[in-house]
Design a protein around this ligand. Structure first.
Ligand code: AMP
Ligand code: GLY
Length: 430
């Protein structure tokens, strides 16, 4: 079959890489893709948010399955666009409809959903400009630190965790008067959860689900979790504290009620759910839902799936996941992200990337891979084109072994101002 992956990051490179190994995959396309995906697929120019351009790409190339990588086209309603189009309605599509995508598109919607179905999450209330005063009162009733969340999509910057009550009050006022534009016209204030975070991923057809490998993400720019939040500086899978008994709680208290609730709400949800969890003293609480895979978790997760991932995607899109089994390798995966110096603030672009042959090919075999994120072609050269440039992803029998191989590979990669965290996985060493 012919497959189209929408998006252009490391997540999409990893998904495309996994799909490319399936014997069912005839032709693979990415839109817009990156120089990494170009090594295994045909890149099509255009944005995943431009539905007419996606429509043309699908019809021109006889695409039978579309996989949405990022959340934005989903929140904008690309799935609904497919369903309502006479020529696209039978194309298999992995990604929820607009209503389902609200689980990520609106924090308030997600919190109401969790409360309605008894899914464990932090206590919260939502406020608008009109109820600013009540919001301030609610802040006073909580203990520090204070968690303020812009309701809508804010490019990963909409969550503030603040130590002082005075500053929290001030930020609430700023958010409600337009700091995050429309995304902040409603603000969710919630209780601070103290614990260790974990990313859990499922692929669902709205009735049944497959549990993909879980992962830990390293969000801060600085070593030992210091400095600004980023999209993610590394990941590890599996996560040692997510043992069978903890994961059983996750499935029983969170995954099953979530999938059941989607059904009760009449959402035809076919796609990924990324559940950001906090392990609070052995009990899981949902921090957030995302309607896509995580990045850079996906790079680690994909390398641990042994079964036919394209088969799983088709089953999810068709609604036939019942009985489908996923095979997960009994190994570890570790991903280190190389960013351009200055990220997540301002950074330069257009720097030539050299040093490892893995930049030019991402093979099925072997244990060391490079997935591209913010890269571009300049003539024959691959150059940097974003803050998160590429990932080194390694498999091994232990986190220690993965760390050694990942950093050996990372030391080979060269571009101006390269920056990466050297402590990925260190906290998980036994
Ligand atoms: P979100 O965009 O909702 O994932 O939030 C970004 C990050 O803020 C999360 O990954 C957590 O590290 C942190 N966070 C969000 N909500 C809470 C909470 N209620 N308690 C503690 N940390 C939180
Ligand atoms: N790594 C976290 C995310 O993709 O949102």
């Amino acid at each position: 079959m012919n497959v189209l992956v929408l998006g252009s990051g490391g997540r999409e490179h990893a998904i495309a890489w996994k799909i490319s190994q399936s014997s069912r995959c005839d032709r693979l396309f990415c839109m817009p893709g990156n120089p990494g995906t170009a090594q295994i697929a045909t890149n099509i120019k255009g944005s995943a948010n431009d539905f007419e351009a996606v429509r043309k790409a699908v019809l021109d190339n006889g695409i039978q399955l579309v996989v949405a990588g990022p959340e934005e086209p989903l929140v904008l309603g690309i799935r609904d666009f497919f369903v309502s189009d006479e020529q696209l309605k039978d194309v298999l599509f992995v990604g929820p409809c607009r209503k389902g995508a609200m689980l990520e598109g609106s924090k308030n919607f997600a919190k109401e959903f969790m409360n309605k179905y008894g899914i464990p999450t932090a206590r919260y209330r939502s406020f608008s400009k009109e109820t600013l005063h009540e919001g301030e009162k609610f802040l006073e009733s909580l203990k520090a630190p204070y968690v303020l969340k812009a309701d809508g999509l804010a490019a990963g910057k909409g969550v503030l965790i603040i130590d002082s009550l005075e500053e929290a009050r001030r930020e609430l006022g700023n958010m409600l008067s337009g700091k995050f534009g429309k995304a902040g016209s409603t603000v969710v204030i919630e209780e601070y959860l103290s614990g260790i975070e974990l990313s859990v991923f499922i692929l669902t057809d709205g009735e049944d689900y497959l549990l993909l490998p879980e992962a830990k993400d390293y969000k801060r720019i600085g070593e030992h979790d210091t400095g600004l939040n980023t999209g993610g500086m590394g990941s590890v899978s599996p996560v040692p504290f997510a043992d069978a008994s903890f994961m059983k709680k996750v499935e029983e208290r969170i995954v099953k009620p979530t999938v059941g609730a989607l059904k009760k709400e009449g959402m035809d949800y076919r796609g990924f759910i990324f559940i950001g969890l906090m392990n609070c003293g052995g009990d899981p609480y949902v921090i957030e839902y995302n309607v896509r895979m995580g990045d850079p978790e996906t790079e680690s997760v994909m390398t641990r799936i042994d079964s036919d991932f394209l088969g799983h995607l088709c089953a999810a899109a068709k609604g036939s996941l019942k009985g489908e089994k996923i095979e997960i390798a009994d190994n570890f995966a570790l991903t280190v992200v190389a960013v351009s110096g200055g990220y997540p603030g301002t950074y330069g672009k257009g720097y030539r990337i050299t040093g490892s042959e893995n930049i030019f090919s991402c093979r099925a075999e072997g244990n060391v891979r490079i997935f591209h994120a913010g890269t571009a072609m300049e003539g024959e050269d691959i150059v940097t084109s974003g803050g998160r440039v590429l990932t080194v992803t390694v498999n091994g029998n232990s986190i220690e072994q993965c760390r050694k191989a990942a950093y050996e590979e990372m030391e080979k990669v060269c571009f101006k101002d390269i920056c990466f965290r050297r402590d990925i996985g260190m906290d998980l060493l036994q």
